[in-house]
Structures are given as C-alpha cells and as structure tokens.
Design a binder for this molecule. Structure first.
Ligand code: PMP
Length: 308
C-alpha cells in the first residue's frame, strides 16, 4: 500500500494528502482520457537528492497531452518546479513521483471539450518495483495472450490513463499463472514491451531493443541505456525483435522508471542464458545506478540530474 506523506501538489497548491480528492463525475474516471508520468528521485552517495531526467519526463507529459488532445494549464517549467516543490515539502530523500493530468468534472459523454484539466503531483516511497531479489537474480516473464495495441489503435507513445487497462490485463494474466511480469507482442507478433517496461535482448555480445516506431513507449530509461551502451562500448541497435529471439537470447532485461534495470531469467518457461543476471545486464545496471546514485565512474551525466 502507498504510504501516506504530507502533501500533494494539486492545481498549483500544496494541499494535505487527505484533501487531494476528486468528484465522482471526474471525466477521466469514466472514459480514461488523462495523461501521467512516472519519475524517480534518488538519494545519492554524497547525501544529496536528485530527480532523474526531470525535464524529459515533463516534456513527455506534454507530448502525451498533445497526443491525447488535451491542453495542460501549466508550463513545463511550472510542472518541473511543482515536482521539486512536492518532494521538498514531503522531506523525501528518495521517492517515486507521479504527475497526472485529468479531465475534471463538468460535462459528461465522449465529446467533452470544456471541462477543466486538473493536474496533480504525488510522491511516495517506492523500492524496487519488481523486487530486490529480481534486481539481483532476474525475474520470470511470460508472453501475455493480450497484444499491445497496434500503432494506430491506442497511441502507445503516450502515457494515457486508459492505455493501462491493456497492461493491467496482461499483468494479471501472467501473475495469476505464477510469473512476475508480462511481455507483450504487437498485433503482428513482434515483441513490443512489458506491461510497464521496455525490453532489451542480448545475443552474442550485442544488445537489441524494438525501435521507437514500434508499439512501445519511448522509455526514458530505454534512451539512457542506449546512451550508456554506446559509452561502455557495447553494440546496441534498435530493431524489430521476434518472439523466438527471446528464447535463444543470452540475456534479456527490462528498463523503466519503476523497474529501473531488471534482469529476466526466464521467458515462457525457458531459461534465458545461464538462468540468472547476465554480465552485460549487470554492467549496464551498475553503470545506471552509479549515475543515479553517484559514487564513482567518470561520466556523471549531470545533465540528467535535477538536484533538490
Ligand atoms: N513501457 C511502458 C508501457 C511504461 O509504462 C513504461 C513506464 N513509464 C515504460 C515502458 C518505461 O518508460 P520509462 O523508462 O520512461 O519509465
């Protein structure tokens, strides 16, 4: 359960956690048109805290809003400040941050244009999304029977509230069968992404991930990993990945703000590589945590960090 903190930023003000309520006729609650982000703030080895790629997350929130055809009543700078203010107000050294823009109550029905757009920023403590053991040893994934929507169905480039029903169905299906995470294919059968993560495959020392033009979210962690691979001298390529490539991969891993870099040790009851975290996954994971938490290494990627 989410552990309550003091404040939530709501429409320009920091309000008490319990006061951040919505009306039952909130349009988004009925029809799913709303957009959100997931961001992490890390406590660093020197004791300072920094938000990872804040600007890119807020930029994506605006891109999601444009795709969803809703206009946010704040600027990007205002929402970046709102994120930092909310973390500070809650005295959190490390947390997950959830900005959400939704269509508030007013008119009902599908064609509503004049309801106000409300924006909140909530923060809470959140450890490893797929578990600490999963981070070290890898998790068990299964291809879901639910497909990711095709590129002209539900706009997978945008983090739209209603889009996550598809993810929830897939996740419930595979967790209900004893697995940890769902891998989703596109309608043609190519590998798209996991229920809330992008997917990477390693074979013979080379790293692959489905291209951003596929039915995937253009993940910010995915982008960071592609950059880090280049810097580490690991060949990384964006290209379509087929289901059987997962079965003969040397390594598979997921990337996401919540899941960070999570190794996958099993896909569809087939052991991936040696059946534990692979060496390339480990190198990328270590480099990622070095950057977000500080503590060694040369390139700090300070442009990815917004200090509190
Ligand atoms: N795909 C989906 C469907 C997601 O919800 C997420 C989480 N935002 C990701 C991929 C990973 O994106 P990011 O690295 O930007 O968190």
């Amino acid at each position: 359960m989410v552990e309550k903190v003091e404040k939530i930023w709501m429409n320009g003000e920091l309000v008490a956690w319990d006061a951040a309520q919505v009306h039952v006729l909130t349009h988004t609650l009925h029809y799913g048109l709303g957009v959100f982000e997931g961001i992490r703030c890390y406590k660093r080895s020197d004791g300072k805290s920094a938000v990872f790629r804040l600007q890119e997350h807020i930029e994506r929130l605006f891109e999601s809003a444009k795709t969803a055809d809703i206009v946010l009543p704040y600027s990007q700078a205002q929402l970046e400040a709102a994120v930092l203010d909310t973390i500070r107000a809650n005295k959190l050294a490390e947390c997950y941050v959830r900005p959400l823009a939704y269509v508030a109550a007013g008119s009902m029905g599908i064609y509503v244009r004049d309801n106000p757009i409300h924006v909140i920023v909530a923060t809470w403590r959140w450890g490893a999304y797929l578990g600490d053991e999963g981070m070290a040893k890898g998790i068990r994934a299964k291809v879901s029977s639910y497909s990711r929507p095709g590129v002209n169905i539900a706009m997978t480039k945008a983090k739209i509230v209603g889009g996550y029903v598809n993810s929830i169905l897939a996740k419930r299906e595979v967790v209900g069968s004893g697995y940890d995470e769902a891998i989703m294919l596109d309608p043609q059968g190519y590998v798209a992404e996991a229920s809330g993560e992008n997917i990477f495959v390693v074979r013979k020392g080379r790293v692959f991930t489905p291209p951003s033009g596929a039915s995937v979210l253009a993940g910010i962690t995915r982008d960071a990993v592609l950059t880090l691979c280049k810097e580490l001298g690991i060949s990384a390529e964006e290209r379509m990945v087929s289901r059987d490539e997962l079965y003969n991969a040397d390594e598979v891993f997921f990337t996401g703000t919540a899941a960070e870099i999570t190794p996958v040790r099993e896909v569809d009851n087939r052991k991936v590589g040696s059946g534990s975290r692979g060496p390339i996954t480990q190198r990328i994971q270590e480099r990622f945590f070095q950057i977000v938490r500080g503590g060694g290494g040369e390139a700090t990627h300070s442009e990815w960090l917004s200090f509190l």
